[in-house]
Ligand binder design. Structure first.
Ligand code: SF4
Length: 329
């Protein structure tokens, strides 16, 4: 992996123009065609820290492919939808999803550090204002009245898009609910914008009476550099359990070797490889799809390369199922 020491011609924080990212990576537009129309429905956003880990001159870089608005996004596919997991059916109230026993998922923000082109919530109707403070307070009241809930999952968007002050307040509100035992945070920030993990954030996490776990989202070993390693260790040193989930993506990580390399580096950093998801069929993402047959073939080879504890579970999410469906028995 090439990690540049002195990046040239880069924005302060995020790339929001694909042409600027191509120039930064020394790529010509003909080498990496992109669609302006695809960006109208889902903006282009790539943190500098993530772009620094892409390899210059490589149009098929596995990190670049995750964020680049390919013209194929505009192709129609009948079985692809805006809400592939039928989440609208599981909303108890705007911003509160209750699908699995004992758990409640709060959509606390529509914002993310990075825009992943395969994201199953890329068409989510965030204008329902489920993330507003008023609605969040309503949702917390509902959780308080439902003693069957022991775990709250913070999602979005990416929950670490909230300011440290808002997260501290949210943690205080959750801690006051006596029957809660755990908070789970789903986030890409420690991976794609590690400087977001501030001392104030670490203090909020470590001072909680609730057990805190973080589920990261890393698809390829190249996403991990020295900057991330430091942040992972800070989280672990503050008793945060770290897990990882990946999505199996064509051209990005669809080989047993790439997945084995990822598991190796995760375990080196005490991160549990947790799930390997099949792609959720959201409009615009079909070009990332791997068939179940091919996925199982890759997974069987992966099993032969890794000890069992390093093997993520290959799963597909089914809207009406009471748990994720394993593809491998
Ligand atoms: S960070 Fe997560 S929620 Fe945000 S675009 Fe990527 S996959 Fe979607």
């Amino acid at each position: 992996m090439i990690l540049r020491n002195e990046p040239r011609n880069q924005p302060e924080k995020n790339f929001t123009d694909p042409i600027q990212l191509l120039q930064y990576l020394e790529l010509k537009r003909e080498q990496s065609p992109f669609s302006e129309s695809a960006m109208e429905s889902f903006r282009f956003k790539v943190p500098v820290a993530f772009a620094q880990k892409m390899q210059p001159g490589k149009a098929d870089d596995p990190l670049l492919l995750q964020v680049f608005p390919a013209p194929e996004e505009l192709n129609d596919h009948n079985d692809y939808q805006n809400d592939p997991l039928a989440e609208a059916r599981f909303l108890s109230q705007p911003g509160l999803l209750q699908k699995y026993h004992g758990r409640a998922l709060l959509l606390v923000t529509p914002s993310c550090a990075i825009h992943c082109r395969y994201c199953f919530r890329r068409h989510y109707p965030y204008d329902d204002k489920g993330h507003s403070q008023t609605q969040l307070d309503n949702n917390l009241r509902l959780i308080e009245h439902d003693t069957s809930i022991s775990e709250v999952i913070l999602s979005g968007g990416d929950p670490l898009s909230l300011s440290d002050t808002r997260l501290k307040r949210l943690f205080e509100q959750l801690q006051a609910i006596k029957h809660l035992q755990r908070i789970r945070i789903h986030s890409r920030y420690p991976v794609v914008e590690p400087e977001r993990v501030t001392t104030a954030l670490l203090n909020t996490l470590k001072q909680s009476r609730l057990q805190v776990m973080m589920v990261l989202h890393i698809n390829h070993a190249h996403e991990i550099g020295a900057d991330n390693q430091q942040v992972f260790h800070q989280l672990l040193n503050n008793n945060i359990l770290l897990f990882n989930q990946s999505v199996l993506l064509k051209g990005v990580n669809d080989s047993p070797e790439a997945l084995a390399e990822l598991s190796e580096i995760l375990i080196q950093h005490h991160i549990i490889p947790y799930y390997l998801h099949m792609l959720d069929k959201v409009h615009g993402s079909a070009y990332f799809e791997i068939s179940e047959h091919a996925a199982l073939d890759i997974y069987k080879q992966l099993r032969s390369l890794l000890p069992g504890y390093m093997l993520p579970r290959l799963v597909r999410e089914i809207p009406d199922a009471s748990a994720k469906m394993p593809l491998y028995p």
